[in-house]
Design a protein around this ligand. Structure first.
Ligand code: UD1
Length: 310
């Protein structure tokens, strides 16, 4: 990344801020952060002010602003990320996630961007029972959100065929870590459990708790984004997970141990549309990019706990 000019869309979001911190360490010439502040505020930008980072407040569902400079890499993270919200607001999800993606592709064409790295999701698989899920698995999204991410992948492939645009889509599994907001109807289970355990409030497990997920720490996600930009791969999609399944019951036990939480969980009916099993086959990214995550679940949870204690 040294000497490079970089654009990060959705840069003030949960993953985006971790990515900026990681990219800043590589000595880039300039980072342009494009964010509409729908999920953040200008305060989130404070920590980057002494670095070569510029904030452009802009909604990606409209044409991207002119930057009058050459650009090396774009990391496209701006999106509506909630599955339930995408059922409630399919049109807005389409505007941000699909029209927004095409705006980014058009921008890449105009600026001759060397490579686009964008956030896809394990939601493209739907509820396939064939875990661990390899990238060759059938893709049958079961939400408007998953559908928009899959269409991003198709569009990226088309722009590679038609215009030679290099791009890598990363299918993130369940991302967690500091900065993920717990107070939201659409928050991730780890941020909810940690927050409530710290406040000694009751925790609810939907279903029998034997459903499992592949939880990956957010700094490992930031490293995967950088590995993708630096790799020789010109076009493709890659799972980003740990390859290790964790049941909700085990997750509960680990968090209870870390937070010295003594209450028993409350079991409630399964959530509508909940996937039973989700875990990544991570061999493709290991082979092609020599990438593997560094944090175990326990290490990531400890980091998260430390951050909320402070
Ligand atoms: C996650 C992602 C979503 C992605 C999808 C792909 C988050 C917030 N969402 O959804 O963007 O597209 O994977 O499949 O990361 N649970 C409880 N108690 C709670 C909250 C949740 O038991 O208080 C359970 C849920 O029922 C579910 C599991 O925890 O079985 C994980 O839920 P959640 O963190 O919301 O993520 P996913 O539904 O897997």
């Amino acid at each position: 990344m040294t000497d490079k000019i970089i654009v990060i869309t959705g840069g003030l979001g949960f993953i985006g801020k971790h990515l900026i911190r990681e990219v800043v360490l590589t000595n880039p010439t300039k980072i342009y952060v494009i964010d509409d502040l729908s999920n953040s505020s200008e305060n989130d930008f404070e920590e980057f002010k002494e670095h070569p980072v510029e904030l452009i407040i802009h909604d990606v569902s409209t044409k991207l602003p002119d930057l009058n400079t050459s650009i090396d890499y774009i990391f496209h993270l701006a999106a509506l990320v909630s599955v339930p919200e995408s059922f409630e607001h399919p049109l807005r999800t389409h505007q941000v996630n699909e029209t927004g993606f095409i705006n980014v592709l058009e921008f890449c064409k105009v600026y001759n961007v060397k490579k686009l790295i964008y956030a896809s999701s394990c939601a493209v698989y739907g509820s396939s029972p064939n875990v661990p899920l390899a990238e060759s698995e059938r893709v049958v999204p079961e939400s408007p959100y998953g559908l928009t991410k899959l269409n991003n992948e198709y569009y990226a492939r088309f722009f590679h065929q038609a215009y030679g645009l290099e791009s890598i889509g990363l299918r993130f599994f369940n991302v967690f870590g500091p900065g993920q907001k717990p107070i939201s109807a659409y928050a991730g289970v780890i941020s909810i459990f940690m927050d409530r355990a710290k406040k000694d409030l009751e925790l609810t497990i939907y279903g029998n708790g034997e459903q499992f997920r592949d939880f990956i720490y957010v700094e490992d996600i930031a490293r995967a984004l950088i590995a993708a930009s630096e790799s020789q791969v010109k076009m493709g999609v890659y799972n980003v997970g740990t390859g290790k399944p964790t049941s909700l019951n085990d997750l509960f036990q680990t968090i209870a141990h870390i937070a010295a939480y003594k209450k028993a969980p409350i079991y409630a009916a399964p959530r509508l549309g909940d996937v039973e099993k989700s875990c990544a086959d991570v061999s493709r990214i290991e082979n092609d990019m020599n990438y593997s995550p560094t944090y175990s679940l326990e290490e990531g949870l400890l980091e998260l706990y430390k951050s909320i204690k402070n």
